[in-house]
Design a protein around this ligand. Structure first.
Ligand code: Y12
Ligand code: CO
Length: 171
């Protein structure tokens, strides 16, 4: 089932999400619905709070070499903790909760992550490239932060101006 995605400036996006402690069928349904929602919305990453669920979980599906997004390249990441980082990189990010806006954001270049999967099993991974960027973007959602909050004062002002103009055009 496709779920509605909440968008800026919905205050729920500021929530600090809570640890997942129960790994049952209901949780698996949430993860499956989030995957459908993300794919139908042309996204590559989605955090639970974006569908109004304040849980520390996120999904990522980086397209493969053929540009396909299948369950084979789906990552379900619950209760993530970044344990190591290296370097920095800049990438133009977008977010399904801030549609139509793309901004250059600085992130760590590589990272090590520990997390749990949908069965509550402990996992870890090392990430670089787009995956490392996407993980950091989604973990920020779990802490109530949007990528636009990382903009400099002047770029944030420009964003707010463009956002207000886009709102007016919609009406
Ligand atoms: C790098 C940077 C950010 C991430 C986080 C995941 N972000 C997304 O999946 C964003 C997807 C997105 C899709 C949109 O829809 C279309 O392009 C059709 C979109 O819509 C508009 O801009 C109108 C906005 C964002 C991962 C890696
Ligand atoms: Co986002």
């Amino acid at each position: 089932m496709q779920l509605p995605i909440i968008t800026y400036p919905n205050k729920l996006l500021k929530s600090i999400s809570k640890e997942v402690t129960v790994f049952n069928e209901q949780l698996h349904c949430i993860l499956d619905d989030m995957f459908e929602t993300m794919i139908q919305s042309n996204g590559i990453g989605l955090a639970a709070i974006q569908v109004a669920l304040p849980l520390r979980l996120l999904i990522l599906c980086i397209p493969d070499n053929e540009g396909e997004q299948t369950r084979d390249n789906l990552l379900e990441i619950l209760n993530p903790i970044i344990t190591n980082t290296k370097g920095t990189t800049i990438y133009q990010e977008g977010c399904l909760s801030v549609p139509g806006f793309y901004e250059d954001i600085e992130r760590f270049e590589t990272l090590t992550l520990t997390y749990q999967n949908r069965h509550g099993e402990n996992c870890s991974l090392e990430a670089d490239g787009l995956l490392a960027i996407a993980i950091q973007h989604e973990i920020d959602h779990l802490d109530g932060k949007l990528f636009i909050e990382k903009l400099t004062y002047n770029r944030r002002k420009k964003f707010e101006k463009e956002f207000k103009r886009a709102l007016k055009e919609k009406k």
